[in-house]
Design a protein around this ligand. Structure first.
Ligand SMILES: NC(=O)c1ccc[n+]([C@@H]2O[C@H](COP(=O)([O-])OP(=O)(O)OC[C@H]3O[C@@H](n4cnc5c(N)ncnc54)[C@H](O)[C@@H]3O)[C@@H](O)[C@H]2O)c1
Length: 265
């Protein structure tokens, strides 16, 4: 598929902020147009003003199947055909031991990542499969592959990896590719909110990240763009880590930690 405006538009759930907003800008920079579905409409409208006739904001709660179905019908009637779907919507989790983490809170976080992606794929992905072309990119996380004290977030993201693989196989013969990106810690409002005290000590994250810095949302958006574009025409059913080396580094702590750049004297 092409991703130019003339050939169709790309839906970005959670496109009002962070990685989603960077993806919207990357799509526009690549000559495409983006449809934002987000509960937070003000920043989405700001992006639409910044990029007239390129970015189209719609308020939608991705947890609500009927709401997504209605918005999808509106988009289908008003805009060029949808040729891409990027699932970024989701909320962070405050780390908690299982004894202190209520089932309802656990379910809410699981749903905000896994159910939202499922609903978007069920409605928007299925419509692309029906038309016989397109690409889906789901946002998962390094925490899909490594344990952590986020007992809903990690399992939800592991579920997104498996959903990605299953849908990729289901839709491969119908011209629709389904892939995922697994970011490491990326500098967005999501990252800065996700702690028990409201203010996050970033040093443990920097210590666990071999490149020694937070990733930029634009760096994640480049990998998403690759997976949307014809450059990845033979790629489906995979999850690409974009993590500054986090997954590769887990064997290093017993040997004294991750090598650091020398600070010049
Ligand atoms: N920031 C990181 O360090 C990081 C790392 C790994 C994975 N991710 C994943 O990347 C994705 C984007 O994260 P981000 O850091 O850009 O977050 P963000 O908080 O900056 O943006 C998330 C957006 O999703 C929207 N949203 C949340 N729930 C929604 C719902 N039910 N319906 C509609 N919109 C909804 C929010 O309003 C917000 O605009 C998430 O899935 C997150 O889990 C982020």
């Amino acid at each position: 598929m092409g991703v130019g405006c003339e050939s169709g538009c790309v839906v970005v759930t959670g496109g009002a902020s962070g990685i989603g907003a960077a993806t919207v800008k990357r799509i526009v920079a690549g000559g495409g147009c983006a449809v934002i579905l987000d509960v937070n409409i003000a920043p989405a409208s700001g992006l639409a003003q910044q990029f007239p006739n390129k970015v189209f904001p719609y308020r939608a709660n991705l947890l609500n199947e009927e709401e997504v179905r209605d918005v999808h019908a509106t988009v289908a009637a008003e805009l060029p055909p949808i040729v891409g779907l990027v699932n970024c919507a989701g909320v962070p989790q405050v780390p908690r031991p299982i004894e202190e983490y209520a089932v309802d809170d656990w379910s809410a976080v699981i749903d905000s990542h896994l159910k939202t992606a499922y609903i978007a794929c069920r409605i928007i992905g299925a419509a692309m499969a029906e038309r016989g072309r397109g690409a889906v990119v789901n946002l998962t996380s390094v925490l899909a592959f490594r344990s952590g004290p986020v007992l809903a977030y990690g399992p939800a993201k592991a579920g997104v990896v498996n959903l990605t693989e299953s849908l990729a196989v289901q839709w491969a013969s119908r011209g629709l590719r389904v892939n995922a990106v697994a970011p490491g810690w990326t500098d967005t409002p999501f990252l800065r909110r996700g702690d028990r005290h409201g203010k996050r000590d970033l040093q443990p994250i920097l210590d666990a990240t071999p490149v020694g810095r937070l990733l930029r949302p634009e760096e994640i958006a480049e990998v998403i763009w690759f997976l949307l574009s014809p450059l990845s025409s033979a790629v489906t059913g995979v999850t690409i880590p974009c993590d500054g080396g986090v997954i590769a580094a887990s064997g290093w702590p017993p040997y004294g930690g991750i090598p650091r750049a020398r600070v010049p004297a």
